[in-house]
Design a binder for this molecule. Structure first.
Ligand code: ADP
Length: 483
């Protein structure tokens, strides 16, 4: 039996701000339970919903030194078991209180450094000796660093290997070296450009990428892209150097949660046998709820996204007037940068019959939109994997995407001559090119109804469950461990 420990800052159903939470919450459940025992460890945030916290079980607590700080720090361990997976929570109210998982960058770095150290201190206490520690994003990236320095001679961890998964290379955890030395108590020689130093500062993710036994990211195309300067966020040289220990494994989604045939959050359940009727009912109900004209013949184009630069929203800003013609309704759900939030708010107030902007995070609204919309727009500048296009496919909502990262690996463009593909795509980061593809999609929708229907059905039949990807992770763990 191989023991796999996931170290993460987010995990559904406890805490989610993005796709990382979906992955950490669903992948461990999909391992073959006869050969792999998976556990997950994350911070015990005080804002985890009370319904779960009530069920957590206190395991133990102890005191730990932390960097060059004086005195010992409280580390509590809480536990919860669900669907055969053990979830451990690191309790320290000073670091994981508050009302959101990320806030001030400097303090975030301090608390996730504490988290990494605590994870390694906890395992011997609960006697869970991991064969693999699978670290997710910068928040867990110091674990491989500590394992190969502070814990190098600790027999408990002999044979333990690490995998570092990049869900988004843009976020790295960078601060000045002095602060890092104080937080970590690592020796000065580790803060050099071949290890933790990055442009005169220290970089947590870089540490993970240098010290982990293997690096993965969440699609093949992104694995190749991040070795180029344009997508490499300053780490492309290091990633090229580690190219032999780097691969892409596409994320899956949980079809028990994202499935129009089972979804309790949508107006009307449907599957591929009644998709046209099902989507039409969902569309009209959503139009009613959003205050848009109720008309099943309007082309409903959705955006469900963090409203940030990464997601290609400047392209949308450029041509939004041309997107919202008389036959189109644009439905937006998202939060993020103020300039994008305000643009969509403005367009909603100026075009109440064509634009709806829900500027907040709401899981149920997201499900209703996936069920109602005809197409979803994802014009990302970069996209490590992307889950929204995978969810949309399952709901018969046709993705219109830019060909980058996981979007390129999962969406094959519609070919009207051979009647193939599961979406629409454009290559260059260019607003006119995007508009051209949106207009082509509208043309197919209105003038080639059979083509559109087939496109929807092919999308609904795609299998992006965890089945395939979980097997790839298992193979990777076996390869790293050599058994
Ligand atoms: P990222 O992790 O970069 O934000 P992904 O496509 O990997 O992007 O995952 C986004 C996830 O968050 C999807 O499950 C999507 O439905 C959800 N999501 C994004 N914005 C919202 C929102 N405002 N309300 C509800 N769900 C949202």
């Amino acid at each position: 039996m191989k023991k796999i420990l996931f170290a993460t800052s987010e995990c559904i159903p406890f805490i989610k701000t993005g796709g990382l939470a979906d992955v950490a919450g669903t992948l461990p459940k999909n391992f073959n339970k006869e050969n792999y025992e998976a556990a997950v460890i994350l911070p015990y945030y005080t804002f985890i919903p009370q319904e779960y916290r009530n069920k957590f079980e206190y395991v133990h607590h102890f005191y730990m030194d932390y960097g060059k700080r004086k005195g010992n720090f409280h580390v509590g361990i809480m536990k919860y078991e669900m669907d055969g997976i053990k979830y451990y929570f690191v309790d320290n109210e000073y670091y994981f209180g508050g009302d959101k998982p990320y806030s001030d960058a400097k303090f975030d770095i301090e608390r996730f450094t504490f988290f990494c150290k605590a994870v390694l201190a906890i395992m011997p206490v609960i006697n869970f000796k991991p064969d693999i520690i699978h670290c997710h994003d910068w928040q867990a990236a110091l674990i491989p660093v500590f394992l190969k320095s502070l814990y190098a001679d600790n027999p408990f961890y002999f044979g333990t290997k690490t995998v570092m998964t990049i869900h988004n290379l843009r976020f790295q955890g960078i601060w000045d070296i002095k602060t890092f030395e104080y937080n970590t108590d690592l020796p000065g020689y580790m803060f050099t450009p071949d290890k933790l130093e990055f442009k005169k500062d220290a970089n947590m993710l870089k540490g993970g990428l240098v010290y982990a036994d293997y690096i993965t990211t969440v699609s093949n195309t992104y694995a190749a892209e991040i070795q180029e300067p344009f997508y490499g966020e300053g780490l492309d040289g290091l990633l090229r150097a580690r190219n032999q220990s780097l691969c892409g494994i596409i994320n899956g989604i949980d079809y028990n949660f994202y499935n129009p045939a089972l979804d309790e959050q949508i107006f009307f359940k449907y599957d591929s046998t009644n998709a046209m009727q099902g989507k039409s009912i969902n569309k009209q109900e959503l139009q009613r709820e959003l205050g848009l004209p109720v008309d099943k013949n309007k082309f409903m184009l959705a955006i469900v996204s963090r409203l940030t630069d990464q997601k290609g929203l400047d392209l949308v800003n450029w041509v939004i007037d041309k997107i919202i013609d008389d036959n189109t309704q644009l439905v937006v759900l998202g939060t993020g940068e103020e300039r994008y939030e305000n643009t969509f708010r403005y367009y909603q107030s100026a075009h109440t019959d064509k634009v709806s902007a829900s500027i907040y995070f709401n899981e149920q609204r997201a499900h209703k939109i996936y069920a109602a919309a005809d197409a979803i727009l994802i014009p990302s500048k970069f996209e490590p994997c992307g889950l929204t296009q995978l969810i949309a496919l399952k709901y018969g909502t046709v993705p219109i995407v830019r060909e980058t990262g996981g979007l390129k690996d999962t969406i094959a463009p519609y070919n009207e001559y051979y009647n193939t593909g599961n979406g629409f795509s454009f290559a260059n980061y260019n607003a006119d090119e995007m508009l051209g593809i949106i207009n082509y999609a509208k043309h197919v929708y209105y003038d080639m109804k059979k083509g559109w229907y087939d496109l929807m059905l092919r999308g609904m039949e795609c299998d992006f469950s965890w089945n395939n990807s979980a097997r790839e992770y298992e193979k990777l763990y076996d390869k790293i461990l050599g058994w």
